[in-house]
Design a protein around this ligand. Sequence first.
Ligand code: FAD
Length: 507
Amino acid sequence: MNVIGNAFEEIEDIVGTKYVTDSEPICYSYSMNCDTVLQGIPEIVVKPSSSEEVAGILKVANKYKIKVIPRGGGADLTGGAKPIGDGGIIVDITRMNQILDVDEKNHIVTVECGISWSELCAQLKKVGVGYYTGSTGPGSGFSATIGGGLSNNTLGGGGAAMYGNVTEQCVGLEVVLPTGEIIYTGAKANSFCKKPFTRFGLGPDYSGLFLGDVGIHGIKTQASLKLYPIPEYAAYSTYEINDNQDRKEYIKVMKVMQRWQQKHLPLHDYYYYTKGYTKLLTTFQIKKNLANMGVEGSVMFYTTVADTQKELENSVEQIEGIAEKGGLSKLGETVEEGNLGKWFYEEDGRWQWAHIYWGLYGPEGTSLGTCLKCPTYQLPDYIQLYEDWANRNREKFWSVGGGGANFIVIGCHPCYIDVTGGITLHTDIKNRKIYYELWEDLLLSQIKDLGAIHYWMGEIIGKTLVDSGALSKEYYDFMISVKKALDPKGIMSPGKFYLNRAYGGGV
Ligand SMILES: Cc1cc2nc3c(=O)[nH]c(=O)nc-3n(C[C@H](O)[C@H](O)[C@H](O)COP(=O)(O)OP(=O)(O)OC[C@H]3O[C@@H](n4cnc5c(N)ncnc54)[C@H](O)[C@@H]3O)c2cc1C
């Protein structure tokens, strides 16, 4: 029997026949994410039910030197949760989806990493006074998991302006190392400590080694996150901005954000949709609202929360005073009157806003997108960069079924903003190489011209980061040393950041 056959049998002994397969159609269905990155078909797909089973699988993978790719909801947009090149084992952890502990005294929830953000939040709402995790995952939170979010350094599904990336809410992890050992990080690394409550202490912040690592350092099986009572009071407003001159409009929006930032106003969420994206919303998703309102410009909304009515009124007065002074026109209060902020906060808009963008063309559609952090003053330059990219590649886009370019701000923190954007396409597998080239072109401009700080890496962004020369030799060597210390045989997602080269090549 060949190596894969032997590994399959040993994994079958660990998880049982029902939860491992080498069936071609199933392996094929795990060969892509929600993106256009080149396919990679695994040889085995396994769905473990415990950390011990994950450990056993990794020991088998080490024994036979087979690559392993951790996978949560598979909602990655950059090819992260599928093999780079064919072959390997996909470890799908979505069966590990339990809430293990809600510690109301310390305000910490501990979960298995395969639970989705929307499920976790729905369950937390029913506990005690009703809780949530502050930053509640990505826009894909109906399917994306805690493990995927922590590995991708996610934000965008609510609470991001106030609480930052989900990784900032993490106080400790259980990780299965590539060699199969199980470790805790954070307070639980002290075996006498009963409950996780802080990430720091006991030496370096080892949780940080695994947060945002896109699965190259191990498989996260449990995570402890901070817990917050659902705020009693919330407010939201949406504005239209319609300026003849686009750049003037971007500067207007940027100035309002900067004033909010300077005053440290308690924004819970912040979004800005340029005209192109707003047009998509009016044409497709919530046309009954924005379209009927006759909205033709771009829109911007905020949400804010408070513990008392007085506190809320005070925040709203300050936030809206700045918006009004900045020359923005407020839409009505109800969702029907165009209040996207209310839709976002109250009606699961936080987990739906992105669907129109990535799902515009239905199952055949996809998008070349990126999420990144940038200093607020760079907002007009980023929008310009997207437009230049779209203009420079217009003919190529049309030749492969591309629609218009989109750009959105999805977070406003005290000292920077989060932005996302790209282009929607009718996907066709034969054009994947062209998509890859177009996308690389955008990434290289972002990284080189504006010093972009991306936070999902997947296959394409991690590789482009290396190709661009952005990482110094010393930094990249350090990355390799850490990787080799944790994963001596190079089995965990080896092609990301071209780390496979450090083991003598091969994907
Ligand atoms: C409609 C839509 C909207 C989106 N909105 C956002 C957004 O607002 N913000 C944002 O940041 N992203 C967004 N994304 C991208 C993506 O869905 C998220 O980054 C999400 O967090 C991925 O979670 P997942 O469980 O699907 O992970 P996967 O896609 O399964 O995996 C993502 C990466 O993490 C690794 N990984 C997964 N689980 C583990 C684990 N347990 N241990 C170690 N490594 C692991 C994988 O190998 C892969 O590299 C969106 C995607 C779509 C399709």
